[in-house]
Design a protein around this ligand. Structure first.
Ligand code: URA
Length: 211
């Protein structure tokens, strides 16, 4: 298991043997303060036999309310790109580095706040448990927070994007953009090019597990 996930595994006194068990334990997680303001834990979703695991940053507003990962605007864009890349979402496991929504209230709105490194490190406990049970062929880190959770501080999205990296413990990790960043880029002139590049990344990830 990779650097950050190693300690999380060691600390697990009685490792869960089924994903459902991990999900139930995570539902009551109070390991950091983020549970206090979030509606619920948003655990990963998908088959436990998935070859491909996608890891995002943290649930957003819609995910927090629905209790499911990637169901909001970023998830809709990801679905569209999955389709273009020929990836069936139902065959993949989707999760997040941090399992509670971190936000700042602004009037009636809840504005996304970036999780701290400490929060990511604490939550790596759950990600490690998911990956230990799924044992995917490839884990796709969507953006810098996921890359940090999976590979530690040395990983850089701009430099390491689009190739399969091996964590020190042998987990295959592929870094690409986060769909929320793509949503922001869509407003810029090169937005469509960036989407096409992301779809190419997804195709490379799919080809790696299919070979
Ligand atoms: N962004 C994420 O990183 N994860 C989600 O589940 C939704 C948006």
């Amino acid at each position: 298991m990779p650097e950050l996930l190693g300690p999380a595994l060691v600390q697990e006194a009685a490792p869960a043997t089924h994903l459902e068990e991990v999900r139930n334990r995570a539902a009551g997680c109070t390991r950091c303060d983020l549970y206090k303001n979030a509606t619920q834990t948003v655990f990963g979703e998908g088959p436990k036999t998935a070859d491909l695991v996608f890891v995002g940053e943290q649930p957003g507003d819609k995910e927090d309310l629905a209790g499911r990962p990637f169901v909001g605007p970023a998830g809709k864009l990801l679905d569209r790109c999955f389709e273009e890349a020929g990836i069936e979402r139902a065959k993949c496991y989707l999760t997040n580095a941090v399992k509670h929504f971190k936000f700042e209230p602004r009037g009636k709105r809840r504005i996304h706040a970036k999780p701290s490194r400490g929060e990511v490190e604490i939550c790596a406990w759950w990600l490690a448990a998911e990956l230990r049970l799924i044992r995917p062929k490839l884990v796709v880190a969507l953006g810098a927070t996921a890359a940090y959770a999976l590979l530690g501080p040395k990983a850089k999205v701009s430099r390491d994007r689009g190739v399969v990296l091996r964590s020190s413990a042998g987990l295959a990790v592929f870094i690409t953009m986060h769909p929320s960043a793509l949503l922001r880029m869509l407003k810029q002139p090169d937005g469509q090019k960036e989407i096409a590049r992301f779809v190419d990344d997804l195709k490379s990830a799919a080809a790696f597990v299919d070979r």
